[in-house]
Design a protein around this ligand. Structure first.
Ligand code: 5AD
Ligand code: SF4
Length: 441
């Protein structure tokens, strides 16, 4: 049988990157090989993101480019998936006629079925309903050869309805995977050489809500701590309102849980946090950060902030700046508010002018750069445990890896170190990375 190739283009977050890995694993079982060359593909899948307008625009411009390949290769199939597909449904065909099928966020595991329907019936499919139970992929998605890290999805959807966010509408209600399934997957990953797992969910802190009593996020990570071969555990994303004291304590007691937490704050103004429906105050957020730092002094704390939310006054914005000065994040993802269809915030008055949003974002990012640089300088002279990933981007004589706190470290060393944990004395802290030398200590 002729080899068939699939090209998958991913937009957006880690969740989407992982969904694409799952698509590749499923299609491999159907006889497809993954290719990085879109011109060589028999099947092209776009795994789109809809979180902000910019992500949508990117997906459409890429779709425009890819469908041109159809003129040269009429047999080429194009599938449009992910959050934007979930949002637009059959509307995708109005924007781009060359699409062959549209599959929503609950339909990844149905890809083989959808492909058969499209190729045999020659009809255009639109599969975007939500299922009331979490859909099991049915196949094990193996890590890339030599990969030390892997993502593991522990839940899907979100019940939080932050007023600016489309995720609950596009990924459906929150549903957790059974712990036995997650643990079985992690054991298999460990057998394939994976040493670090990152547990994925929109709000991992509420893991287990729909499962048996006693099954929660803390019990899950404690069980993962016992998996032989796994040396590091990470997770993302945490919602501050659901970050329990029990979980905070794990940073002091679980040796494999890495000292890094991504804890999106979104704003430093209590008025705006209320309008965002976040369920906590700046003071409560600050108290959780203080507890995290008390339990694990070396923990790195990263966050997300939205500027220019409707009604954000100069005073609200200043409160965000003041909060950043107080908390001092290790790094930050910051965004201009982007109006999303169907969300509550879309009906809110007093939009912030685009130019002002831009100005606030630029100023806030410059402030954060200063804090990030400061945090990295502070690590000079310290010894960090680094899991060695491979040669650094700039030199074959240098290795690169990450600290437990998720910072990139480059240091002199050979390939025999790949996959090992080594101690590195930090000699320089830059804005985006650290430099050091291996040490026995
Ligand atoms: N506009 C801007 N940023 C948004 N985010 C989510 N929705 C929006 C929106 N409508 C940001 C939040 C979230 C991150 C993943 O994306 O900061 O934490
Ligand atoms: Fe969106 Fe809020 Fe859910 Fe995060 S917690 S996915 S910001 S609704």
């Amino acid at each position: 049988m002729k080899t068939r190739y699939v090209y998958i283009e991913t937009f957006g977050c880690q969740m989407n990157v992982h969904d694409s890995e799952q698509m590749a694993a499923l299609l491999e079982k159907e006889g497809y090989l993954l290719t990085q060359d879109s011109a060589a593909a028999d099947l092209i899948l776009l795994n789109t993101c809809s979180i902000r307008d910019k992500a949508e625009q990117k997906a459409f411009s890429e779709l425009g480019r890819l469908v041109k390949l159809k003129e040269k290769n009429p047999g080429l199939l194009v599938g449009f998936g992910g959050c934007l597909a979930q949002h637009l449904k059959e509307g995708v065909y109005k924007r781009e006629k060359a699409v062959d099928f549209v599959f929503g966020t609950h339909h990844i595991c149905r890809l083989p079925e959808i492909l058969t329907a499209v190729t045999t019936g020659k009809k255009r499919a639109v599969e975007t309903c939500f299922f009331s139970e979490i859909q099991s992929l049915g196949v094990f998605a193996p890590p890339a050869p030599g990969a030390l890290s892997a993502f593991v999805s522990i839940m899907q959807g979100c019940d939080n309805y932050c007023s600016y966010c489309v995720v609950p509408y596009l990924r459906g209600p929150e549903m957790s995977r059974p712990p036995e399934e997650i643990l079985a997957e992690i054991r298999r990953l460990a057998c394939c050489g994976v040493k670090e797992v990152t547990l994925l969910g929109q709000n991992v802190n509420s893991y287990g809500k729909n499962l048996a009593a006693g099954c929660n996020f803390v019990s899950l990570i404690k069980a993962i701590q016992d998996v032989e071969g796994i040396e590091r555990i990470r997770f993302t994303t945490s919602h501050p309102k659901d970050l329990s004291d029990d979980l905070i304590d794990c940073f002091g007691s679980l040796s494999k849980l890495c000292g890094h937490i991504h804890l999106p704050v979104q704003s430093g103004s209590n008025r705006i946090l209320g309008r965002m429906n976040r369920g906590y105050t700046v003071e409560e957020y600050g108290a959780k950060v203080a507890r995290l730092r008390a339990v694990c002094p070396s923990i790195s704390i990263t966050s997300d902030i939205i500027v220019g939310f409707p009604g954000e006054t100069a005073k609200d914005y200043q409160e965000t700046i003041d909060m950043m000065e107080k908390i001092r994040f290790d790094s930050l993802f910051s965004f201009k508010y982007s109006e999303r269809k169907g969300t509550a915030a879309r009906t809110f008055k007093d939009p912030v002018p685009e130019a002002e949003k831009r100005r606030r974002l630029k100023e806030l990012q410059a402030l954060q750069d200063g804090h990030t640089q400061e945090k990295n300088w502070a690590l000079e002279g310290s010894v960090q445990e680094v899991l060695v990933e491979g040669p650094s981007k700039n030199s074959d004589l240098e290795m690169t890896g990450r600290t437990r706190s998720w910072k990139i470290v480059n240091f002199k060393g050979g390939r025999e170190l790949v996959g090992k944990k080594v101690n590195v004395l930090i000699t320089r802290g830059f804005l985006h990375s650290l430099r050091g030398r291996m040490t026995e200590r």
